[in-house]
Write a protein that binds this ligand. Structure first.
Ligand code: FMN
Length: 229
């Protein structure tokens, strides 16, 4: 190979290298730009009304801006234990239950907002939801990771006035302990998303409720973009 050919080959590969680095940087920037909104369904019944309503909220959130990405965590079927009295982050990490399965997603640097949903159980959040909220203590150390993060809430009940708003209030109050910024819905559902399981578990037939879920998703997504800055 002549000296000139070698030089050209070197230059070409160097150019490729620069382009490759630029592409990698571009991909990294795009990844860092993502605004992740996670919806957590806290019904023991996987894929049922709470999870379906949450999926609708997340779908609406995604439509707000191309940077928004969403993930649904369905705790249905998972074993999540409440606090044993030790609220240290280490104790939460070491508990032998399924929280460890969902922790990596919640730990994402792109996490900018959460929607937490629970069925109404005797006008209260489900025990699964309470256990999950207690697990979030893992984000209190070494710094208050959830501080200023927008959080919205959703609840489904089988009665029209079955405790949905009470459940939303309980979730949002608990999240204040983590320094979160609580976010409501829009229009007729200012507290959050309230759904009525009146159609044999087909929650999509509760049009008003589904609208409140979508409105909550939009509101939380808008707040997530502000949080990201
Ligand atoms: C233990 C238990 C308690 C419940 N308590 C209430 C209640 O207080 N008010 C109500 O309207 N529905 C109540 N329900 C009904 C659920 O809130 C309703 O079926 C909800 O849609 C279940 O959510 P899922 O489909 O995501 O599991 C209760 C259900 C169970 C299993």
């Amino acid at each position: 190979m002549s000296k000139e050919l070698t030089r050209r080959a070197l230059l070409a590969s160097a150019a490729l290298g620069v382009a490759g680095t630029a592409a990698a940087q571009d991909a990294a920037t795009k990844e860092a730009d993502k605004v992740l909104v996670v919806g957590v369904s806290c019904s023991p019944r996987k894929g049922m009304t709470t999870a379906t309503a949450m999926a609708a909220a997340l779908e609406a959130a995604k439509g707000v801006d191309p940077r928004i990405t969403t993930e649904l965590i369905d705790l249905g079927g998972m074993k999540i234990l409440g606090s044993d009295g030790n609220s240290s982050a280490q104790a939460v990490r070491e508990t032998d239950d399924d929280f460890i399965k969902v922790l990596p997603l919640l730990d994402s640097p792109n996490l900018c907002a959460m929607i937490i949903g629970s069925p109404s159980y005797y006008r209260s959040m489900s025990s699964l939801c309470k256990a999950f909220l207690e697990k979030l203590a893992v984000f209190r150390e070494p710094t208050m990771r959830l501080a200023d993060m927008p959080i919205g809430a959703l609840s489904v009940a089988s009665n029209r006035n079955g405790g949905q708003e009470l459940v939303i209030e309980q979730i949002l109050m608990a999240m204040l302990s983590y320094g979160a910024v609580i976010v409501g819905g829009k229009g007729k559902g200012p507290l959050g998303a309230t759904l009525w399981n009146a159609f044999d578990n087909d929650i999509t037939r509760d049009e008003l409720g589904m609208e409140s879920a979508r409105n909550l998703g939009i509101r939380v997504a808008e707040a997530a973009l502000k949080y990201k800055g």
